[in-house]
Design a protein around this ligand. Structure first.
Ligand code: GLN
Length: 456
């Protein structure tokens, strides 16, 4: 059923880089056989999932959206994928992304451009645009993505689905192609908060293959959802909600800002205490993020040398092999990031850029701590606008970067954030979805999911 819907939508959407039809059918039949024999099946038995193509899968290609990895097949499953498979999930394919996660529209894929299911002339957001479009168009039930600076949350908002960016370290990064290791997390998309909660419980937890993965106990997030009594008139009594002032003012689409205000009033009606919080360092996060992410990327991407993985351009000299393989394999945005990152890290500029950006990161962390001492959650839009037209920002990298203002600070602080659809703005045939971002303290995913559940 899912495969036929996937195939029907695919010519218009192009969400998938690889559809694993035989493998998916075999996995589904295996679940059927187990059920017939009365054997135990996992909590995701037969659930159709997709995986962003920068997350490794042993039986399918994993390109990271880059030509440099065309044809590469990893020898192992990422831990998050392994856990989903052990729970019975059927992996239906690999979803499109901006090359190595660098971008906000999925137009930066080395292979194809994905369309937004709400209006196919618009972008699905990025970099996990393929995953968001696939869940939105019901080409799969849930999808794994990655979020370094907003790549789960912003496409969730653009495509009208739920997107979860967990606390840094909540989910193992083993098998996720490194972009900026101090910011990268694997996250998930679902069409409901309940689906998202189920997946998060399965993929979370300590992993001996990722030293930064946390040993904190993993709650049953689905059970946690019903610990709020939604039948009461004021289920959110006592919850303090802070609206981040800097995220609803200048530079933000007015319809988007009013959807967020409406969501805040809704939370208030349900008993929470809503106030505005000012985070003066909020706008500093964006330049700091782009320095740090590019710096880490310039180092992480040095592994793509034409020898260890993927595509190789033959040359007589070893240095030419490196140069030609990289020049041919990487797209323009990746090259731009490597250049910026190498520059920021070079002797003589390090103090002015990298070190300063790290100092800003500390400031951002502190301002979140202060705001979250006073509030249980903070809210903002997930993006300053709804989905825009394809091509609108492709020639203006700075305008594209500016669109990440709502999300990057959360990664600098390593905090969890959940995006849920909260309204529509004009556009497309049926309006364009707007996502509400809810940010909490480290490891407060259960609280975010409980509150998010109210919006559905
Ligand atoms: N758009 C941001 C960037 O290009 C975030 C990407 C991400 O989260 N992977 O870096």
């Amino acid at each position: 059923d899912y495969l036929s819907r996937l195939r029907r939508a695919e010519p218009q959407l192009r969400s998938f880089l690889h559809v694993a039809e035989p493998e998916a059918m075999a996995a589904a039949e295996e679940v059927d056989r187990k059920v017939e024999r009365g054997e135990e099946v996992g909590p995701l038995a037969g659930v159709v999932v997709s995986v962003k193509d920068n997350i490794c899968t042993a039986d399918m290609p994993s390109t990271g959206g880059s030509r440099i990895l065309e044809g590469y097949r990893p020898a192992f499953d990422a831990t998050a994928v392994r856990k989903m498979r052990e729970a019975g999930a059927v992996v239906v394919g690999k979803t499109n992304l901006d090359e190595f996660g660098m971008g906000s529209t999925t137009e930066g894929s080395g292979f194809q451009v994905t369309a937004n299911p709400w209006d196919v002339s618009r972008v699905p957001g990025g970099s996990s645009g393929g995953s968001a479009a696939a869940v939105s168009a019901r080409q799969c039930v849930v999808s794994l993505g990655s979020d370094t600076g907003g790549s789960v949350r912003q496409p969730a908002s653009f495509c009208g689905v739920v997107g979860m960016k967990p606390t840094y370290g909540r989910v193992s990064r083993y098998g996720l192609m490194a972009y900026a290791s101090s910011l990268d997390v694997i996250g998930c998309f679902g069409s409901s908060v309940a689906d998202t909660a189920i997946i998060l419980s399965i993929i979370s937890g300590h992993d001996r293959f990722d030293a930064t993965s946390s040993k904190n106990v993993v709650p049953n997030y689905e059970e946690e959802l019903v610990s709020l009594n939604y039948m009461e008139p004021k289920p959110l009594k006592g919850i303090r909600v802070g609206v981040i002032k800097e995220t609803i003012g200048e530079g933000v689409n007015t319809e988007v800002a009013s959807s967020i205000q409406a969501a805040a009033s809704h939370l208030e009606q349900l008993g929470s205490v809503v106030s505005e919080v000012s985070m003066p360092s909020f706008s500093l996060g964006l330049p700091a993020y782009y320095i740090l992410a590019a710096s880490e990327a310039s180092s992480n991407l040095s592994r793509y040398d034409g020898l260890r993985y993927g595509n190789q351009v033959a040359a007589d000299e070893l240095s030419d092999l490196y140069k030609e393989s990289r020049a041919n394999g990487f797209g323009p945005e990746v090259k731009r990031r490597i250049l910026m990152g190498t520059y920021a890290l070079s002797a003589g500029y390090y103090d002015a850029y990298y070190k300063r950006a790290q100092q800003v990161r500390t400031l951002v962390q502190k301002s979140f701590k202060d705001a979250l001492d006073e509030n249980d959650i903070l809210i903002s839009p997930a993006a300053p606008s709804a989905a825009y037209k394809m091509g609108e920002k492709t020639n203006d990298p700075l305008a594209m970067y500016a669109g990440d203002i709502m999300t990057v600070n959360v990664n600098l602080a390593g905090l969890p954030a959940l995006v849920v659809p909260c309204g529509f703005v004009e556009g497309g045939n049926a309006g364009l979805p707007v996502g509400l971002q809810m940010i909490g303290s480290a490891f407060s995913e259960a609280k975010l999911l409980r509150i998010g559940h109210i919006f559905e």
